[in-house]
Write a protein that binds this ligand. Structure first.
Ligand code: CP
Length: 313
């Protein structure tokens, strides 16, 4: 028995370091399948995975779909636009309807924090949180951890600087949990009003509002999108002011470690979070993040299906 007994992936706070490493190791096995001439296995033949996107997505939605298909599962794609939500149907009734149509497991993105937790209480199958409001985006935390581990071999002791709108970022929160458990030293950097001070009470987390000081000696510089759609008030005076102080520039990567890498979960506001040419430079692993997402999501789908749906292994 491997000890990985989770039924859902709702957040990483309930996942131990061992659990996270187990998923990352499984993702490397999945990556071997993706490298084959026919990148598909029948492991989840007969399983129906519902991709329930109540909020927009490109990379997460597509990679969960491809991941499920690579494992031989069928995929039901639900998007809020064009659905009966516009006629007043509730989220709960929508989920129950898709379950009644035969969905066995659910990937769910929603603008409200906690929506996937509610889904996990009412549905029988596994629920994977694909991003809920400002709360969590656990598969992003895992794929970022895999990307970093592939580059550095291990995450223990690495200095990871997360830059930008931390307050509204589910990616930041999931990365703090994943990378913190794997031994990284985390520095949060951004306009003070967008970096909640209480995060510095977490183990191995500190706050530095000056990007030049934060970047010095870093192994990883991770830019985050300004999430205006989640800002309920005037959190930012102007984009220009943000760019002047917090756009990641060549001088920042040069003052970081010799092998330092640049990350961004996407989607980017081009030229805002990262200097335009830098995002496409050889220091950038943004495409590697997207690619890692496919293997990580295959691993998550497979491990939860094995635990809950008792598919044969
Ligand atoms: N990183 C991320 O979640 O991107 P999408 O919104 O395109 O899925």
């Amino acid at each position: 028995m491997n000890g990985f007994d989770h039924r859902h992936l709702l957040d990483l706070d309930g996942y131990s370091r061992t659990d996270i490493e187990y998923v990352l190791d499984a993702a490397e096995s999945m990556a071997e399948i993706l490298d084959r001439q026919v990148p598909q296995v029948p492991a989840l033949r007969g399983v129906k995975l519902a991709n329930m996107f109540f909020e927009s997505s490109t990379r997460t939605r597509i990679s969960f779909e491809l991941a499920a298909k690579a494992l031989g599962a069928e995929v039901i794609n639900f998007a809020a636009a064009g659905s009966s939500l516009s006629k007043g149907e509730s989220m709960v009734d929508t989920l129950a309807t898709v379950a009644a149509l035969g969905a066995d497991m659910f990937v769910m993105r929603h603008a409200r924090a906690g929506a996937p937790h509610l889904a996990a209480r009412i549905l029988e199958g596994p629920v994977i949180n694909a991003g809920d409001g400002c709360h969590a985006h656990p598969s992003q935390g895992l794929l970022d951890a895999l990307t970093i581990r592939r580059r550095f071999g291990a995450i223990d002791g690495l200095k990871v600087v997360i830059v930008g709108d931390i307050r509204h970022s589910r990616v930041a929160r999931s990365n703090i949990l994943a990378l913190g458990k794997l031994g990284a030293e985390l520095v949060l950097c951004g306009p003070p009003q967008l970096v909640p001070g209480q995060l510095a009470t977490m183990p191995a987390v500190s706050i530095e509002s000056d990007l030049d000081r934060a970047a010095a000696g870093a192994d990883v510089l991770m830019g985050l999108r300004i999430q205006r759609e989640r800002m309920a008030g005037p959190w930012l005076a102007s984009t220009g002011e943000y760019v002047a102080s917090y756009s990641i520039r060549r001088r920042h990567i040069e003052s970081a470690g010799a092998g330092a890498i640049l990350m961004h979960p996407g989607p980017q506001n081009t030229g805002v979070e990262i200097e335009p040419d830098l995002a496409d430079s050889d220091r950038s692993v943004i495409s590697e993040q997207v690619t890692a997402g496919l293997a990580v999501r295959m691993a998550v789908i497979y491990l939860l299906a094995r635990n809950v749906l008792r598919v044969e292994t």
